[in-house]
Structures are given as C-alpha cells and as structure tokens.
Design a protein around this ligand. Structure first.
Ligand code: ADP
Length: 180
C-alpha cells in the first residue's frame, strides 16, 4: 500500500475489492439508470443488498459526470456515492472533463455531508473503455485540485482492482511526493 500526505489529507492506494473498505463513502462507477450493472456496480449492489436498489429507484437516474449519494446498507461503508463515468469514444467527446467531474462532484457531495473518508474505484476504465493511463492522470489531477481548494476530507483511497491500474497509480502518487 502506498500512502502520501497531500494538503491536510492522505492519499492512499490499495489493491482489491472496494466493497470491503471501511470508509465514510465508497464511490460506485454506475451507469445512468443507477439500477445496477456489471463490474464494480454489480459487486456493490450484491454486497450492499436489495435495499440499495430500492433507494436507487427513487433517484431517477444520474447524468454522466454527476453524482448522487445513498446509504451503504450492508457495506462496511456508511454511504455510497454513485457517479456515472463517460464511455470512452476516442477522447473528442469531452471525456476528460466528464471524468474529472465524476471525481469533483463525488468529493463535493462528500464534503457537503461532512464526511472525512472516501474511496474511489478506477471510474470508466472497465466496461466503459477509458485508457487507464489517461484516466489515472485525470483522476489524480481532479482529486488534488479539489483538495487544493478546501475540504473536510482527510482520507482519499484509490482502490485498484487490476495490476495495471495499481502500477499507474503508484507512479502517479509517488510523483506527488515532495520531501519537506
Ligand atoms: P465502468 O463502466 O465505469 O468502466 P467497471 O465497473 O466496468 O465500470 O470498471 C471500473 C473499474 O472498477 C475497473 O478498473 C474494474 O477493474 C474495477 N472493479 C471491478 N470490480 C471491482 C471491485 N469489486 N472493487 C474495486 N474495483 C473494481
């Protein structure tokens, strides 16, 4: 595990299943229906249990780049922030801005709720086909940019499922480290 201090927060890197994490909120890489799907979305719905789907039905979907929060139900995490990443379409359909918005809007919701810890999966890098290196750069820039402004958040965890993402985040987070 990698851990670096950034502003008043810590940025952490872990490899594994996001549904296991004991944090205030985990972020779900959902689809716009918010009614469940494959990948991390399916894993979160299975682990949280059927009450999650009932709450999601009341939300009437979510636009790409936006985020909505629910209870965490059977998860160790108290809340789930559902965000909808962009489908990769070659990079000329505003994908970087939309992906950055997923991170920013999730962090904004968490901050407004007074949460202190949040864990992100590698949004859009599975079924949605976003190149992992580009997604990693955008994710780290969006999170550090947000922390540069303000936040109650003390702990931001990047949860990587696969080795390629883990290696990319290790390099990106290490390069942020500046000895004082
Ligand atoms: P998207 O549709 O946004 O691409 P996916 O769920 O297909 O969403 O993939 C997003 C990322 O989540 C991928 O890097 C995938 O490997 C990862 N992932 C899948 N299952 C889990 C899990 N249980 N915990 C953490 N990350 C996961």
């Amino acid at each position: 595990m990698t851990f670096i201090s950034y502003q008043n927060a810590s940025l952490e890197l872990v490899q594994g299943d996001i549904t296991r994490l004991d944090v205030d909120a985990i972020v779900n890489a959902a689809n716009s229906s918010l009614l469940g799907g494959g990948g991390v979305d399916g894993a979160i719905h299975r682990a949280a249990g059927p009450d999650l789907l009932h709450e999601c039905r009341l939300l009437h979907g979510c636009k790409t780049g936006d985020a909505k929060m629910t209870n965490g139900y059977r998860l160790p995490a108290r809340h789930i922030i559902h965000t909808v990443g962009p489908v990769w379409n070659g990079g000329h359909k505003n994908e970087p801005e939309l992906l950055a918005n997923c991170y920013r809007h999730s962090l904004t919701l968490a901050t407004e709720a007074g949460l202190t810890s949040i864990a992100f999966p590698n949004i859009s890098t599975g079924i949605y086909g976003y190149p992992k290196d580009k997604a990693c750069q955008t994710a780290v820039a969006a999170v550090t940019g947000f922390l540069d402004q303000n936040s109650s958040l003390k702990r931001i965890v990047f949860v990587c499922f696969d080795d390629e993402n883990f290696a990319l985040y290790e390099t990106a987070l290490t390069s942020l480290y500046q000895p004082s």
